[in-house]
Write a protein that binds this ligand. Sequence first.
Ligand code: HEM
Ligand SMILES: [Ca+2]
Length: 618
Amino acid sequence: LDQVRSGNPFRRQKRLLHSNPNTEFSNIALSISQQNAADSCLPKISCNPFLKYRPFDGTCNNFLVPGWGTPNTAFVRLLPPSYSDGISRVRMAQNGNWLPSPRVIHTVLFPETDVFDFRHTLAVMEWGQIIAHDVTFLSIKKGPACCTPNGNLFPPQELHASCLPIVIPSNDPFYFKFRRTCMDMKRVKTANELGCNIFPVHQISGVSHFLDGSLIYGSNEDTSNFLRTFRGGLLRAQLTADRRPFLINTDKPTRVCHVLSDAEVCYSAGDGRVNQNSEIAVSQVMFMRLHNLLANQLSIINPDWTDNVIFHEARRIVIAIIQHITYNEYLPILLGSKFMENSNLTPTRINYAIGYNENVNPSTISEFVGAAFRSYHSTVQGFISLVNESRALVAEIRFSDFMNKPGIIQLPGNFDHFLRGLITQPQQEQDIFFSGEITNFLFKSDAPFGMDLLSMDINRGRDLGIPPYTTMRVLCGLPMVNRFEDLKDVMDDEKIVRLAKVYSSVHDIDYLVGGLLERRIPGTLTSPSFHCVVAEAFYRYKFGDRFFYEFGGQAGSFTLDQLNTIRKVTFSTLICLTGDNIQLAQPDGFLIPNVKTNPLIPCSELASGFNLHAWSNS
Ligand code: HEM
Ligand SMILES: [Ca+2]
């Protein structure tokens, strides 16, 4: 409370759980997070300490626990899960009733408006999605539909155990038009489905937890082999009539994508979500092109290298570039530059970084994927700008028209239009306003309505047993609260009034909801209760990853010359290198260009320092 009175509730919360082991709450987090009941089910593997290239599934990254971070293993939890039966049933309200419907919470607290973030480009949003798809994939349990064919609720006794449908009130401002009172949603898989009999349940990630380019190469060797040509270290690609490379097509477009014939474009990549929307499809093509460009350069520099060596060296560089852009350009925007410096998260400028810690569990954090990182769904744009070389708007496409329908990005000129759009169009503000394109029309296909991502996110938090907001905010260093009025330290009055309209107790508030309603920490794109969880996740992706690009002294470490080459790469370099014919970009692609501080300059200048001489064998 003293903190509240002092008028600066932000000072104390900007913390990293790991770097503050002497605080009461981080001690709790640290001890719980390092142990994971599901670890008892990890496969026993013996490791080769001289392995130069990280395995696709992340095994043996950690010598103490070789299964840490591998696909189909459990997330770590910062705090014990909140399940009403202590095992797996979703949380109930303090008064014993069901918690309010996520859709009701959405309509009362999160108006649908487009508010632009005029500082940050849409590339910031998209880079977040790239990271999300790299570090986590929740697979949905199989089972029958959870709503009737007309979109109404089944009687509770007829509901399958895998179901967690969202109740839509009959007076919903949007869905009432379609007389729908139920949004189908199923629970996600837990370690128990894989034979690991532990309770409370632990949800699992289907992909490698490390930030290791698994969305490009897959999370196992079979997927990677499927994507490779086995010639010149290249990834497979399909060429358009004018010979521009795109990802290969899946062999079942009509099943995977929203297309009418199997002749239509629908990609196959290291991650199954590649077709989800046009921006992620563009990004995945960008990475495939980057890999092949590096592979071609490496072949020229080292004609004696085998396909396998070229492939793995190119992959190692691509992963390093993803990590570098994340820690050098993306995270300072999210977490604040000062915080990054103080927590050793900023990339080192010279020499190697130090601090790899084999005691850090590198696994993705449940509270991060179940709430904190999803808050960036708020930054998604409902309309995508296609932009030409003079930065004029060529077209604007409706986001929901091109979900699971990526063919548009291959049309002549469009790939560059999309890429330029990413570094030109503002993202939406990280706030309580979400685009209707994802909250009414998500995956709409040909229907006049779709699903609601925000309601799904709130519901998913309950599925994962994410502790309520009041518990999570304490973990992040805010005072314990017992009444709605106590939330004034981080929330505006009007929001508190609305919260009290929906939730009957302050302790019922979902973490995602509370975190989104907090005032943002100045100089960041996070609020106090999300900051420590997002920071903790990225702390682990760095200091828990033996192959992290900046570390020396490992079999897979870069030479300093190589490292210094990677340090020159920015998001804009990627745009320049992988576009069909992009001539200009601003140095910081995550910031809106402007003549004074971030002017458009020739790509030849932006990419000039980037060559692979440091990889020459001679
Ligand atoms: C570009 C538009 C985006 C769309 C259409 C989208 C859509 C989705 C959907 C449908 C889910 C699954 C929901 C569920 O069933 O639980 C999801 C999950 C998720 N999204 Fe997004 N998303 C977008 C961008 C982002 C961004 C920008 C971020 C973060 C910066 C993000 C972070 C996440 C995370 C962490 C999950 C959980 C993933 C998992 O563990 O499987 N998404 N998103
Ligand atoms: Ca990964």
